[in-house]
Design a protein around this ligand. Sequence first.
Ligand code: ZN
Length: 326
Amino acid sequence: MNVNTYSIGIDIGGTKIAVGLVDRHGDILYKQTTPTPSESRASILNTIKAIVLSYMKMSEKEGFKINGIGIGSAGQIDPNKGVIISGTKNIKDWNQVPIRDVLQKATNLPVWVDNDANTFALAEHRLGKGKDLNHIVCLTLGTGVGGGVVSDGSLIHGTFGGAGELGHMTVNMNGPACNCGSNGCLETYASGTGIAQRMRDQLANMPTDDLPAHIADYKQHLDALTSKEVFQWREEGYEPAVAVIDTAVQALIYGIVSLIHTFNPQAIVLGGGLVAHWPNLAATISKQIKDIGMASLVKPVKIFTSELGRDSGLIGAAMQVWHDVE
Ligand SMILES: [Zn+2]
């Protein structure tokens, strides 16, 4: 491969789709972001095809090579069959989508597809904090909690690609119901949705008169409450918000110790949109896990915050191509 070769990375999210030309070092030559079309699965596939074909035209005109397409999508993915088994609720009719075949037929390029948390783990392993490590566990803290595990240098996929749903590890069997059907999953405490819901639970039981005015406003509009407000109130020192975030950190600590016992990793990498709100998260976890669990496994583990930035989804998607060509 010469230096003028790029992979097409496609990051499919509930609200936007990003498509970029990415080189082997994770550098982006060009990228385009478009809102996820909500009408139908055909409109999503047509939108993606149109952008990919425009990149192929660009490559002919400018004389660079495209070596394949890597797709990262939310939801359950079968990487062997190249099928999105079930996507997020935000994307209409996004189930049983044979996306690999559709794009291979349209482009004649090889296509890879995987869950977006797995592609994030791949990017961390290849370019980020997990570079030079063979055993890493990655957690993405965003709307939900996603997970990806690299063990002996390879992503763990399980029977049909469903492995690594680390956000649905139960950290409290008497905890709140999770939308997966289980109780007290890590995601019910440490995701954006979970943090907002735990705050709602607290506010619902508090007399309005006891609340500071700007927080009392939210009691009338609990649906409008997001994790952003909870982090802000925590900064202000508002006790119930401090408690909700402390509980999220505790859930992460016990979840991570269980992951260390399960996978014996060298490092844990935390990514996703929430991490920016938690400047000391990695340091706090790193300090507190040392006193929990089996010391020989837990003590050596490094806890990192991802530094791949906002384009990590796109880069991770493209890394599937680079991973397989080398
Ligand atoms: Zn769950």
